[in-house]
Every structure is written in C-alpha cells, then in structure tokens.
Design a protein around this ligand. Structure first.
Ligand SMILES: O=C(O)COP(=O)(O)O
Ligand SMILES: [Mg+2]
Length: 240
C-alpha cells in the first residue's frame, strides 16, 4: 500500500477506529456490466430499437434498474422516455436480466480474498447496492458472496437509495455502530455522496463504472485497487 493512494483532500485522519465495512455490489464486488448490457440490448431488440455498445450501457449503470432502462431507451443519462414506452420496456428488461443474471458476471480479482480478510479482521460486513432485490440476492448466492454479509440492502429495500444516506444510516443503526466507525467501499459518486452525507468513511475502487467518470475526481478518503488493498490499509493503520 502506497501513501499516494490516500487522497490529499481527505477528511479522514488515520487510524480509523472501524467496526463495520459496507461494500457496494455492481462495479465493486461484481463485474456485472456485460450481463446488464446483454439484457438491455435484448430489451432494445424486442422493442425494435437499435442496440447500444457495451461502453455506453456501462456508463448508464449506477442509479438502479429503472434508471438504467430509462437511460437505455433514450441513449442519454438524464432524458425521460415516453412513459408508455418505459412501462412496456421495464418488465421486458427485468425478464431479460433475470434470464441472464450470471452469464458473464464474476467477482473482481481480490474480492473473495479481501472479504475473507475483512471477516478475519472482525468487521461487520454489509452489502448496500442500488440493484433491485430480486436480482441482488440470487446474484450474491450464485457468486458465493452471500454468506460474507450480515445484512444486504438493495435499491428497493428502503424508501431511498444511494446517493441518499438512508441505507448507510439504516445499516449503522441496525448494528448500533456510529457512522464514523463505518467505511463504505464503492465505485461511484453515488457511494461517495451517500457516505459523506451519512458521515461514513469512503474508499473507492478504480475498476468499476462511476457512470463513465474518473473515480480519482471523487471526494473519497482513498482509492484502493482491490478489497484486499482496502483491508491492508485499514488493518495496517489500525495495527500501527
Ligand atoms: O444497480 C445499479 O445501478 C448499481 O448498483 P450498485 O449500487 O451496486 O453499484
Ligand atoms: Mg457500484
């Protein structure tokens, strides 16, 4: 671990007395982009619309399934599709994704090892994702990650999702952990904004999606190359 990974503008003074580590799913634990794109393009074909490149669909990941469908239909990050078209498209997308949940999706390098180490280090482990619960839980089971987490919160588990701080605050309250004793590891501005708003620490990984933007520009405490690196940073700081 090199000190250069610690952001100069960070608000965290090390060592961090952590009790809980919260980890994002898409783009942090699992590389889901190919299967999300496969389902998005299958939906477009059924609607007799032109398919989109993987890189474009990848930049639409981050704010949950309904937003991914809207972005795919309009080929834009913020435009609203015709409501009738969206109503027709959403169940098609959900069916296509349910059928292709685990074709190419795999944990990123260092994820299993990193989760093992975090567990050994004694942290409470929580997964918080904007993905819809009907997809989150089967995917965590299929990839062998489910049992690492004491709590899993999906995009539709609570009234608000990331970047709102609600899921993080809910998790902290659930385990009676103060927000500043919790670290979120994520890949996007949704994670960084939610963590700051909740008062949690935030590390980002550079290999995820971040809606097509450079993760180094995010307000986070460190950019770590893997979950293993996140564990070494917090445990070596803790043991220092
Ligand atoms: O489903 C999404 O849009 C992103 O999910 P994430 O919060 O796990 O990155
Ligand atoms: Mg993510």
């Amino acid at each position: 671990m090199t000190q250069s990974n610690i952001q100069p503008s960070n608000r965290t003074s090390f060592p961090i007395p952590l009790k809980a580590v919260i980890i994002d799913l898409d783009g942090t634990l699992l590389d889901t982009a190919q299967d999300l794109a496969l389902a998005a393009n299958a939906m477009l074909r059924e609607l007799h619309m032109a398919e989109l490149p993987l890189s474009t669909i990848q930049s639409f990941i981050g704010k949950g399934v309904p937003k991914l469908v809207k972005r795919t239909l309009t080929n834009s990050p913020d435009d609203e599709p015709d409501p009738a078209l969206f109503e027709q498209a959403l169940p098609i997308y959900e069916r296509c994704y349910a059928e292709n949940l685990h074709v190419y999706t795999r944990p990123y390098p260092g994820v299993i090892e990193g989760l093992e180490q975090l567990k050994q280090s004694g942290f409470r482990l929580i997964c918080i994702t904007n993905k819809t619960e009907i997809f989150t839980l089967p995917l965590l089971h299929k990839t062998g990650l489910r049992d690492y987490f004491e709590l899993v919160l999906s995009g539709d588990s609570l009234p608000k999702r990331k970047p709102d701080p609600l899921p993080l605050l809910h998790a902290c309250k659930h385990f009676s952990v103060l927000p500043n004793a919790a670290l979120l590891i994520g890949d996007s501005s949704n994670d960084a904004i939610a963590a700051r708003a909740a008062g949690c620490h935030i590390f980002c990984v550079p290999y995820g999606y971040n809606e097509g933007h450079d993760v180094h520009k995010l307000d986070c405490d460190a950019v770590v190359n893997s979950i293993v690196e996140a564990n070494s940073l917090i445990t070596c700081q803790r043991d220092a």
